[in-house]
Design a protein around this ligand. Sequence first.
Ligand code: NAG
Length: 484
Amino acid sequence: MRMKVFVIAALAFVSLVSVIDGSEHEAQLSEFVNDALFSSVSSKQPSQPQPLMVPITVINGAAAKGAVCLDGTSPAYHFHPGSGSGANSWLIHLEGGGWCNTIRNCVFRKTTRRGSFKFMEKTLPFTGILSNKPEENPDFFNWNRVKIRYCDGASFAGDSQNEANQLQFRGQKIWLAAIEELMSKGMQKANQALLSGCSAGGLASIIHCDEFGSMFPKSTKVKCLSDAGFFLDAVDVSGGHTLRNMFGGVVTLQEVQKNLPKSCLNQLDPTSCFFPQNLIQHVQTPLFLLNAAYDAWQVQESLAPHSADPSGSWNDCKANHARCNSSQIQFFQDFRNQLLNDVKDFSKSSPTGLFINSCFAHCQSERQDTWFADDSPLINDMPVAIAVGDWFFDRKTIKAIDCAYPCDTTCHNLVFNVGRSTVVGSQYISESDDTSTTTTMIYSSQSSRLTFPALYLLSALFPTSMFLLHLRIEVLSRFFSHST
Ligand SMILES: *[C@@H]1O[C@H](CO)[C@@H](O)[C@H](O)[C@H]1NC(C)=O
């Protein structure tokens, strides 16, 4: 029963994303862009619904419990109540957005929505797994759906502070305060619950999966979904360990080891226990891993970051997989093989689920175009939403692993249009908070790709991201009103 969701999906162009202030904003920005796409289409197609906009809720009394964002402001979430058969079902989705691993980039983060309530959007569109429409989200549309905002910089798992720089690292307390409040709002009566999250939130959903399960009686069906949260402890293109070094900073600065499984810490160092490949064997609650085999964030920031490739010899390839030469593709195949090897034992356990498609994508559950749409990504003719739903409700065993690149023609690959200088999403791991670098990221299918030189030009002219975003949405709307 896949309904037509996007008329413009036929254009194969789905979203445009700015990484001007860190690729961590991609999911957020893409939601705005989806919004713009919906708007431009709905004027021509009165039957196309607007995305649900959900207002923010501050967590009551969180500050009194020490559960605060990096800058000491209150944490928050967005909640849309369930109805009908979903009235006692709960989806808790943890927002993503990179990490901060140094005093300097944590201090910077206090001035963004990833570190302070002050800068958070006060309403968010609920799309993909958060949508309230059965034709967009067939299994979870009428559940109670919650998106918990991410403002601690350590995947909701740190617990420390730095007084000299007025930094609070309270991810674990934020997580607990949010769950406690939602329990009091009816979640304690849940008969089924799913903890999900994307990117840094996808890692958080693995870390907190058993804790979440333990908060419900045995009679409650509880499962977890990690979307684009499988960050590999991989070697980068220069033979270094970029991501391990970054995770090491996050774990040490925010004292994340306090909240990692003891069973892992008995065997490995705390940084290793922040990597999903070493965590998943300790998770008892049924877990589903949804991940692109060539996760676009990891390609950009872990495998071929500027620091590992100062001459920029990977720039063309990492911006667009179609421009990789055979040895570069082989590097990505080795990465995929490492991922498949790391999930081999996990996949043998019956309650687990897998959807590893051979795409250059990142976060496929929050976006409508990748979750459930006419041209959304498939493995064996199965879209992501159906795979996750079948697994949650035990309708089918789902261990979907795609054939290797380039066999999959249903991907929505991310393509980057790199601006003046070369660094992409440098804010994650770079010491410089260089917001003058502009990169345009385009989600496109393999069949056709549209690039937007006008947008690229605008992004070079106006370095303020919000301003840019609005400009881009305007241009997009104009583009689509001409083309539809
Ligand atoms: C592919 O590109 C990289 C980076 O520019 C280069 O070092 C390598 O030699 C190339 N390999 C082939 C097979 O052309």
